[in-house]
Every structure is written in structure tokens, then in C-alpha cells.
Design a protein around this ligand. Sequence first.
Ligand SMILES: C[S@@+](CC[C@H](N)C(=O)[O-])C[C@H]1O[C@@H](n2cnc3c(N)ncnc32)[C@H](O)[C@@H]1O
Length: 265
Amino acid sequence: MPNPALAYEQDNVPAIFGPCAERLLQLAPPGPGERALDVACGTGVIARKVAGAVGPSGSVAALDMNPDMLEVARAAAAAEGAVIDWREGTMDDLPFPDGDFDLVLCQHGLQFAPDRAAVMAEFHRVLRPGGRVAVCTWKELSRHPYLESLNGVVERCTGIPALVQPFSLHSAEEVAALLEGAGFQPPTLREETIEARFPDPEGYVAHEADVLVAALPALQHLDEGERERLSAGIVEGMGEAAAAATREGVLVVPFHAMLALATKP
Ligand SMILES: C[S@@+](CC[C@H](N)C(=O)[O-])C[C@H]1O[C@@H](n2cnc3c(N)ncnc32)[C@H](O)[C@@H]1O
């Protein structure tokens, strides 16, 4: 079976995570010569964009727990000529010394942490005084009707409501409390909507199971047979929701994101 993270990189990065990364980097622009860390990097969309911004006098490290994601990230960065220090690991135990970074970025990763306060303490620890942290999470699942339908289909196929977790850290107050609880200054918060457009709705729906298996730790244990059954279930179960969200042949799915930027005193 090909690496499922390829579907994530080919379908979801251009439509969702690339545009979201641009918004997050507008809020927290990396400067030339800075040392940056991308946590829960997936295929490294943030890390690759940051590598260009910090330039040869800066450095970028990126960490994810999923080796499939890192394999695709390494290949994509090599093709772009981006030099990045890729690490496999979990975000609650960052393999870096205290004060090692000027900027820590985490796009749609914090939602998955079993202990978010411990992760935030790690972000704080690896930043130098005056360093910035920028995080991005999704707003409520109830504001994403297409994804709510998908969650229902995934739960029927696997018994796991796997899309609840990525939408579980939607409160601005909760994100601010996590940041301030770890010792950061009160954050700047911003909400952004990304209108994801998929010009090949059938192809997108056919790849959805791979995308979910790559991105969601709750589904990473599925074996090949279970993945195939999930894929067939999604193709069958999402037809109506996809048709309802398709305009002139393009599947259009709005995603509502919350962005936060805070400084370590
Ligand atoms: C929705 S993807 C986002 C990836 C990337 N930040 C992006 O914007 O494309 C979530 C990522 O978080 C990673 N992840 C989830 N829990 C993690 C943990 N505890 N430690 C490290 N990575 C984790 C997953 O492996 C996955 O690559």
C-alpha cells in the first residue's frame, strides 16, 4: 500500500493546510536568521515555508510522531531544496535543550495532545526569553457540517468518532489559559476561515480514508483491511454530503481556524 501521507500532502495541504499555514505565518512571521521549530509537522508545510523565510543563516527543526508523515515531509523538502532537521517523537517530550528556539509553531497538532498543559510547558521550555509561540486549532465541529457528516460515517465504519479530537480545542479562553498557564504573556487571538476547494470531488472522497489515517492518531492502528473498509464506507456514505457541498463541479468546504500568538517574557 502506498504511504497514506501522500494523499494528505497531495489533497489536503494545497487546499487546507497550506492556506492555513500562510495565515499563521502572517500572524507570526519568521525573520531571517531565526531558529524555528514546527511541532506536529505532518508533511512539513509550515517547516518548509519557514525554511525559506529564515534563510541560510537561520535553522528549522520539525517533529511528528508519524513516520509516514515524516517520509513524505523529507522527500518534499528535498525536492524544494529546504534544509530541515526532522525528528520523530511526541510533542510532550521535545528532544531539544532549553531556550533553543526563537519561534515555535504548531498547526493543528495541540488538539491531539493527551496532556495539553505538558505540551505547552515544553513549548515554553524550548523557547528563549522573548521567543514566540504560534498555535492554530479548529473551531467547533458543529460549525463544519461536511466534517460532522464525515465523522458520523467514520464512526459507523470503525466505531471511532475520529473527527471529534481535531475539533476539540475550539475555545479562545481555553487556548489563552493554556498559554498563560505555561508562563506566556496574554496571546493575540484571531479567527480565520479557509474555503477549501477540491476540483475533483470523487477523487478527494476516494482518498479521504488515507488522509484521515495519516493525520489522526486515533486511526493509525487500522490494518490494511480495515482501511479498505473505511475507504469504501466513506465513498458510499459521503456521496450525499459531497453532492450538497459541490458547486459547479468543485467540492467547497469551509474550515474555521483559531490562531494564537504569544511571547515568552
Ligand atoms: C492534522 S495533522 C497537521 C499536520 C501539520 N501541522 C499540517 O499543518 O499539515 C496532525 C499531525 O499531528 C501529529 N501528532 C498527533 N499527536 C501527536 C503527538 N502527541 N506528538 C507529535 N505529533 C503528533 C500527527 O501525526 C499528524 O501528523
